[in-house]
Each structure stands twice: as C-alpha cells, then as structure tokens.
Design a protein around this ligand. Structure first.
Ligand code: 13P
Ligand code: ZN
Ligand code: NA
Length: 283
C-alpha cells in the first residue's frame, strides 16, 4: 500500500521505533528493500534523490513503487530526498511521490522557513508529507556537499520555532551525523536529540545513517529519531556484491546472475537495519 509517510512516522514517534528510509537507484535495489520490509513486516520509506530522478525518470520511479506497493500489505511511502528545487518537488508530487524533503538548510533560517512554508502549503492540500532540515549535516549526498567545518548542529529553540512557523510534518535536525561513511566514530549528540524530541511534536529524521555502529544507531532511535536514512551503505553493498561476483565468475555475461547476487546482499543489509530500528513487531 502506497501511503503518505506521515502516519507511519507518527506511529514510530509514539511507540519509539524507527522507520528505515532507504535510497535506491534501480529496480534491482528497490526489490530487495521491499523484500526486507516484507520479511520484517515493517513499514518502509523508499527514497530517491533528484540525481536518481534524472537517472530513472519520475514516471518510472513512481510506476515501480506503485507495483511494489500494490503487491504488498506493508505500508510504503515514496520520498524525494534532499531537494532544493521547488519545481522539482511539485513535479514529484504530481507524479505520485507521497513525501518530499525541501532542503534549504544551506540558506539562512528565515529563508529556510519561507521556502519550507511554500512547500508545506502546496503539499498539505494533497496529503503529502514534508520534511525539512535544521542545522547542516556534513558530508556528501549526491550533488549536495557540505564541508565538515561548515556542518553545524541544530539548535533546539530554533527547531521549535521552525516547526511552529512552517507547519512542517517531519524535521531533520543536524545532530552530529554525516552523509557517507565515517573516518572515525560519529560524534552524535544524544542529549540534543532528546531535547529536540521533547520540544517538537513531530517525528524526527536522522540523516547520514550509513557507518553508524549498531549500538549507536539504536541509541539514536531510543533518543527520539523516527526516520532513519540509509543510502551509502546500500549502494556500497550492492556494488561490492557485483564486484565480488565477478572475481568469482569473471566470464558471466547474464546480468540476472550478478543482479540476483547483489539483490540478496542488499536484502540482508536492509533487514539488519530494520531490526536495529526495532520495527513495530519488535516493540
Ligand atoms: P548515508 O549516505 O550516510 O546513509 O546518509 C543517507 C541520507 O541521509 C540520505 O538523505
Ligand atoms: Zn540526508
Ligand atoms: Na553516514
């Protein structure tokens, strides 16, 4: 069932588990993500960046996800990740995305409020979830790169004001994670997560989920994160599996063999992430 992410994230917030939000770039990445959610009987958010929209096309993405959702009883949402362009957001909503992120975190607070409000106004009429970001998450996510020194953490007071003024449905506060893998351990500010979670009455989103050790990721959920974004580890696992396949069978020419192998690797990883999030079954 293809639904807005609002209800599943409200449930996650209420019962203190996380919903895995996984980026995909192809059919063979989408299928194992959905397969993992079904095995775990957990709701799932399928997400693409604007780069993937250019790679596959909105119509193909929406069609693929609609087929997956129609075949399943699991609630699924299709989310546009880190979009800075209002027009692309409108096109995604028109095409059938049920959730969108307006990422104006690189702008001033006032501009972030203004741009987010604009998207909320447009999306609310059609029951589409809107996510926005406060503070700056470091690292690189597709075309969006934030230098470590420019990354900064979300201020809880600003988060409260932002939610009140924009009416946004989910909030991604920067809390010390970064996009991509980490060189050392991520310096996650758990008290800040708890403080923000206590001051805003909407679900919180953790960006930069790849590379966070299991126990720390559990702590993020326990501290109040309701949506857990994972991208880099998924594509690394997919690609490493393909590479591994060819070291063993360099002569294989049939894509179905290496795609099936990579799909299985992704499915196992996503199952692991869902279990760390403590899905509705595990609570
Ligand atoms: P990672 O690439 O670190 O998993 O971050 C994912 C993310 O935040 C997508 O928006
Ligand atoms: Zn992100
Ligand atoms: Na990361």
């Amino acid at each position: 069932e293809l639904v807005s992410s609002t209800q599943m994230l409200e449930d996650a917030r209420k019962y203190k588990y996380g919903v895995a939000a996984i980026n995909f770039h192809s059919l063979e990445m989408l299928q194992p993500i959905v397969g993992a959610a079904e095995e775990c009987r957990a709701p799932i958010i399928l997400q693409t960046t604007e780069g993937t929209v250019r790679h596959l096309g909105l119509e193909y993405i929406v069609a693929l996800v609609r087929v997956a959702a129609a075949k399943s009883k699991i609630p699924m949402a299709l989310h546009l990740d880190h979009c800075r362009d209002f027009n692309v957001i409108v096109r995604a909503v028109r095409a059938g995305y049920t959730s969108v992120m307006i990422d104006a975190s690189l702008d001033s607070f006032e501009d972030n409020v203004r741009k987010t409000k604009e998207v909320v106004r447009m999306a609310r009429a059609v029951n589409v979830n809107v996510e926005a970001e406060i503070g700056k998450v470091g690292g690189v996510e597709d075309e969006l790169a934030v230098d470590e020194k420019d990354a900064f953490l979300a201020d809880p007071g600003e988060c409260e004001e932002f939610v009140r003024r924009t009416g946004v449905s989910t909030l991604a506060p920067a809390v010390g994670t970064a996009h991509g893998m980490y060189k050392g351990l991520p310096g996650i500010d758990y008290p800040r997560i708890r403080e923000i979670a206590s001051r805003v009455n909407i679900p919180l989103v953790l960006h930069g989920g790849s590379g966070i050790p299991d126990e720390q990721l559990k702590l993020c959920v326990a501290s109040g994160m309701a949506k857990i974004n994972v991208a880099t580890e998924i594509r690394n696992t997919f690609t490493d599996a393909v590479r591994q396949f060819f070291t063993e069978q360099p002569q294989q020419k049939d894509p179905r063999y290496y795609m099936a192998y990579a799909r299985e690797a992704v499915q196992n990883l996503v199952k692991k992430k869902i279990n760390i999030c403590g899905g509705p079954e595990a609570r």
